[in-house]
Write a new protein. Structure first.
Lengths: 237, 304
């Protein structure tokens, strides 16, 4: 039943600019580094002479958490907006489909869209490295990690954003909170490892990568379940 | 009317102690068109949302097709089509795509889309994006969406709201065809009695969350009995003559009013008055309109 709702959701996001957003975000991140490395090619290749790929990925990684947080916020809001815009909830939820299926489909489509973005980021990073003439032995696992790990660690924020966006018709609340958290994440570095906004970076660098992946998955699941319970019980206006 | 499609038992919904719907007992028989009437804010939409499981009743029970809505929601909703207030649609999609989004959830054959578009005569416009539709077309698309799952029960909340007269008539004809051609029971809500009168067999009138009248439309029309109004030369004396022949009339502003006189009674009274040398200037029949009765039932508390 969830798959049927999901297939309907894929139809509904046609022409909403979501796919554009999904492609533009990773392309933008890679383009920024193309500019960075293009302008200071000699300086940076000397700086990272020992590990060119590592230097490039590290530069990209700096911007991954903020991009993920923004992405989760905007995609959640756009997905929810499709139903809010013309109060389609009353029609959708009066169909013979469980609310759990509806909610799970929304969650799945949001995760899938962002996952596409992350895969594109890994591919884009590889393409940029090759274009910059870096060694042809690609660091596949590092490339995959930069796309996947921070994404998993940002699932709690995604679950929170989706829940808020689905609950409140007015998207100003969820979007401003999401953007505040995205920009805030630049300054929360010294709040320590317990602040979930720091987790995306900690899954790639630092000693306990596995712990933060697990924490991201766990907290993400927990928030999603709370959101689901609430969605199942709430009155539809 | 032997089998009930919808029955509610003391259905109540409270918002912060204020009862939007109060102990409502609704019963709708199979194959009927049931008009659900009430002024704005009387609790019609709240009731309909409870019937569809969109909001939870504070207390009371909804039974549809003899099953408990709380327990059997998904099975019941498979046989229910609904349109709640203004139509819901995805403006950036065409009519076909809108129906396709619902079809995917209902898991029906694709041919159903063309069928329902044909029923609401939208086939020609089906490929256009819905944004550019007129309100009447959007409303018809809403009905098409409601019909998609071949429902046995159609719940339409104010389907003619905001439409122009020709749009209203189109929707009305569409609704009237449902029980005849498709065997569908229809619940249609409205705040206009005149409109419901033209299609419904039974009516329920709700005011301030309570059911104040529930019966057939004939019964309601029966209450709209006529009064005979007479203007004569000597009204005071005429009232006594009438009373003499067993008819009680009220004197108002020099005119005499009688309730529910038959033709023979009128003829007899006129003859006696003439025999007693009264001049009769006017004998008029004043029919109470259904709107008057509606207003009388609903009271002045409503926001009509």
């Amino acid at each position: 039943m969830m798959l049927r709702a999901l297939s309907a959701d894929f139809l509904k996001i046609r022409g909403k600019g979501l796919w554009l957003l999904i492609v533009i975000a990773p392309v933008g991140l890679v383009a920024m580094q193309a500019l960075n490395f293009g302008l200071r090619y000699d300086f940076l290749t000397k700086l990272y002479a020992k590990d060119l790929w590592g230097g490039l990925l590290d530069n990209i990684l700096r911007f991954v958490p903020i991009a993920l947080f923004m992405g989760a916020t905007l995609v959640s809001s756009l997905i929810a907006g499709v139903e809010h815009q013309l109060s389609s909830w009353k029609q959708l939820l009066a169909l013979p489909i469980s609310r759990t299926a509806v909610f799970s489909a929304k969650y799945t489509i949001t995760v899938l869209l962002l996952a596409v973005s992350c895969v594109l980021l890994s591919i884009g990073s590889a393409v940029l490295g090759i274009a910059l003439g870096f060694p042809t032995e690609l660091p596949y696992s590092d490339l995959a990690r930069i796309g996947l790990y921070p994404f998993i660690a940002s699932l709690p924020l995604l679950a929170l954003q989706l829940w808020l966006s689905l609950t409140f018709r007015n998207q100003a609340l969820s979007v401003s909170l999401g953007i505040a958290m995205a920009f805030g994440s630049i300054f929360t570095g010294n709040l320590g490892e317990f602040c979930p906004l720091n987790w995306p970076l900690l899954t790639v660098e630092g000693k306990h990568q596995g712990v933060f992946l697990g924490a991201g998955l766990g907290l993400g699941l927990l928030i999603m379940l709370i959101g689901l319970l609430h969605f199942n019980r709430k009155d539809v206006a | 009317m032997n089998e009930f499609v919808i029955r509610t038992h003391n259905l109540t919904k409270k918002y912060h102690d204020r009862a939007a719907v109060n102990s409502l007992n609704l019963s709708i028989g199979r194959g009927e068109i049931y008009g659900f009437l009430g002024p704005n804010g009387a609790g019609k939409t709240t009731t309909i949302r409870m019937l569809l499981g969109l909001i939870r009743p504070t207390s009371g029970k909804v039974e549809i097709f003899g099953k408990d809505l709380q327990k059997d929601r998904l099975n019941i909703l498979k046989k229910v089509g609904s349109l709640v207030e203004y139509p819901s649609y995805y403006g950036h999609l065409s009519a076909v795509e809108n129906l396709e989004a619902i079809r995917r959830i209902l898991n029906l054959p694709k041919s159903r889309i063309a069928e329902v578009l044909d029923i609401v005569s939208l086939t020609k416009e089906a490929r256009r994006s819905v944004k550019g539709y007129s309100l009447g077309m959007k409303q018809r698309l809403g009905i098409a969406s409601a019909l998609l799952g071949s429902p046995e029960l159609l719940i339409l909340d104010e389907p003619t709201n905001g439409l122009d007269p020709s749009g209203i008539q189109e929707i009305r004809e569409l609704i009237k065809r449902m029980p005849k051609e498709h065997g569908i029971t229809v619940l249609v809500s409205s705040h206009l009695l005149s409109e419901v009168e033209l299609m419904a067999g039974s009516v329920g009138i709700i005011a301030q969350g309570r059911m104040v009248f529930q019966d057939t439309i004939e019964h309601l029309q029966h209450q709209a009995s006529s009064t005979i109004e007479m203007t004569v030369s000597e009204p005071e004396a005429a009232v006594w003559i009438a009373r003499d022949s067993g008819l009680t009339g009220q004197l108002q502003e020099g005119r005499i009013h009688f309730d529910g006189l038959s033709n023979t009674q009128v003829a007899g009274l006129v003859r006696r008055l003439v025999e007693n040398k009264h001049d009769i200037y006017r004998v008029e029949e004043k029919r109470k309109s259904l709107e008057d009765i509606f207003m009388q039932i609903v009271g002045t508390g409503g926001s009509l």
